[in-house]
Write a protein that binds this ligand. Structure first.
Ligand code: COA
Length: 274
């Protein structure tokens, strides 16, 4: 299903959407959905070659696409990327903070720098993006959307670093909703479940863990990047003009089953490895 068969192709015409992590996976899926509905999109990550490939695909949807490289851990680089976005495409009406890092590691084996690296990318990076985008969002009375995850509220084995970061993101999101509502800026999160063909899922749900994912997903399938893109479109659109400070869970109902089965599978995998 193409989103433009349901919503007007002009829904975001003349609007600018800035997306970190937009070169691949969920965030590229989000970019595709906004571009299908008329938006000009800036995609931002560390890897310019990957961004250029994604931009070539997105341009086929007929609108302006700006690939711009920055490490979200570097506030000056993020500010420069957003300034370039504004200069070339106009001020952002929508900012998606999706850049993230994760890997599987038992807590007692994780180095402080490993923990810090993921918190720096996910949490501090999200703050850097929202902070640098504030003036543009104030101008457009726009919306910021963070990419969270179920690990923010349910413990999943071997992801203490990402869990802490995502919980921090949701907390920050609620604070921004509270503080920036008076400027007409809305802040929300999306918590994706397991999305097929993404680096994130392949990093955390290999082998028996994937069997546990399927067994604990009431809708009986992996998500698609369009599932997340469509949720982002909803949150950014006038349909959600009174929605702020919330986490939209898009996981096929997996969170209803909890994480116990996955944790058992993950522990068994680690026991085999040692
Ligand atoms: N297990 C344990 N520790 C790990 C690890 C792993 N699989 N991968 C990295 N680390 C540790 C490193 O050992 C290092 O700590 P140390 O200095 O104490 O040894 C620290 O994390 C930083 O690693 P480094 O590779 O220098 O960081 P980076 O900035 O180049 O990469 C990562 C960031 C680690 C998050 C990397 O996996 C990445 O770039 N990921 C982006 C893509 C991604 O994760 N996508 C999925 C999103 S859900």
């Amino acid at each position: 299903m193409n989103i433009a068969e349901i919503l007007p192709r002009t829904l975001f015409s003349g609007k600018t959407v800035f997306i970190t992590g937009g070169g691949s996976g969920i965030n590229l899926g989000i970019a595709r959905n906004f571009a299908s509905l008329g938006a000009n999109v800036a995609i931002c990550s560390r890897d310019l070659a990957k961004l250029e490939r994604a931009a070539a695909e997105l341009r086929e949807l007929g609108h302006q696409v700006l690939p711009v490289s920055a490490d979200v851990r570097d506030p000056a680089a993020v500010a420069a990327a957003l300034a370039r976005c504004e200069a070339e495409l106009g001020p952002a009406s929508v900012i998606i903070s999706g850049a993230a890092g994760n890997f599987i590691c038992e807590a007692e084996k994780l180095s402080p720098n490993g923990f810090k690296t993921v918190v720096d990318i996910d949490l501090l990076g999200s703050f850097n993006v929202a902070r640098a985008g504030f003036e543009q969002l104030r101008q457009t009375r726009g919306s910021v959307i963070f990419i969270s995850a179920g690990i923010a509220w349910l413990p999943y084995s071997h992801q203490i670093h990402a869990a802490a970061a995502k919980a921090g993101i949701d907390s920050m999101m609620k604070n921004l909703a509270l503080e920036w509502g008076r400027y007409g800026i809305r802040a929300n999160s999306i918590a994706p479940g397991y999305i097929g063909d993404t680096e994130g899922t392949s990093r955390v749900a290999g082998g028996p863990v994937m069997d546990a994912v399927m067994a604990t997903t009431p809708l009986g399938r992996l998500g698609t990047t369009d599932d997340i893109g469509q949720a982002a479109v909803f949150l950014a659109s006038p349909l959600a003009s009174f929605v702020t400070g919330t986490v939209v869970v898009v996981d096929g109902g997996h969170y209803l089953e909890g994480s116990a089965m996955l944790n058992a599978a993950q522990r068994a995998l680690s026991a085999q490895a040692t």
